[in-house]
Design a protein around this ligand. Structure first.
Ligand SMILES: [Zn+2]
Length: 68
């Protein structure tokens, strides 16, 4: 389960929450001021600006179909 970081739009408090992938911040409130306006922060360690992990376009692994 990934760890998401949220920032409160009201008081600016930042906190982390364990969430399932795709889960939204619905129902979450700031632990400091109880506001519901939270902004999801993107974890710095999860950034993939290298583009190394991009999925192969089309292609597919057509291995072993009697191609000789
Ligand atoms: Zn707050």
């Amino acid at each position: 389960m990934p760890l998401y970081e949220y920032a409160c739009a009201d008081c600016g408090h930042r906190f982390e929450i364990l969430q399932r992938i795709g889960e939204t911040a619905d129902g979450l409130t700031c632990p400091e001021c109880d506001a519901e306006r939270l902004e999801k922060q993107f974890s710095t360690f999860a950034s993939s600006s290298d583009g190394k992990s991009a999925p192969a376009p089309g292609g597919g692994c057509g291995a072993g179909s009697g191609f000789t």
